[in-house]
Design a protein around this ligand. Sequence first.
Ligand SMILES: [Zn+2]
Length: 154
Amino acid sequence: MRNELLAWFAREGLVLTSVVMESDEPEEDEVKITIKAPLIALSRASSDFRECPDPVLFGYPEEALEMMNLDDMHQFISTWFEKAVEAGMGRCFVCNRLLDMGEEKPWDAVFVSTELYCWLLVHFDCKRYLNRDLKGRHPFEVIAQPPEFFDLTV
Ligand SMILES: [Zn+2]
């Protein structure tokens, strides 16, 4: 992830920090600090977590991040998710059914901030079970792959 995007998340207060003592020896107080930006999940499977796409790498102007607020980021992520669903890659985080762009089972891209910071896809009807399915997820145990590249220009 580019430092500019990480800095943007830090500005929005969305970077998690983990501090771990590296050594058991009390006199060696080396600590390891890990930081984690928000993730996106194409499904609940551990292999389906992605790093947050960087708007600038998807065609936004270089200075766009400075002007974007969190709502703009939600909008950008929603567009990315729509492309992923069109490509047959998005599943409901709760029921794990494959999503499509049809009208039948409407879904939403939501940003969760319990347990971890993550955008995910969920049916409207499944939302009430979301907290149950997020329980016990530890952000520092999730290995995220780079996001797929979609053409987001209209
Ligand atoms: Zn569902």
